[in-house]
Write a protein that binds this ligand. Structure first.
Ligand SMILES: [Zn+2]
Length: 102
């Protein structure tokens, strides 16, 4: 994958972090097994580098999903309504991503 695609993905993460008012202490884009992303209580975000080559809307799904966990640690009603507010019909993206991982 090209360095510029990687930089674009990182820029996308930073854009969403600003929009959602999330203060990440560090952002990593690295190989991950069986996970698209993770966040730590210390504010570290990790994203699977396979996302870099994927359609941007799928990257957005994973980015917003993970960033919302900074304020909402579960996938409950509030998380779902925020996902919908930012991404619209996010379940469609969720399904596409699941199908890719299978
Ligand atoms: Zn989650």
């Amino acid at each position: 994958m090209s360095a510029s695609a990687r930089e674009k993905f990182r820029a996308r993460i930073l854009e969403w972090a600003a929009k959602l008012d999330v203060k990440a202490t560090a952002i990593y884009i690295r190989p991950m097994k069986r996970k698209w992303a993770s966040c730590s209580t210390a504010g570290t975000l990790s994203f699977n580098d396979e996302l870099v080559g994927m359609p941007p809307e799928l990257g957005d799904y994973v980015i917003v999903h993970e960033l919302l966990h900074f304020s909402v640690p579960n996938h409950g009603k509030l998380w779902k309504s925020l996902m919908r507010a930012h991404l619209g019909d996010y379940e469609v993206l969720e399904t596409r991503l699941k199908n890719l991982a299978a």
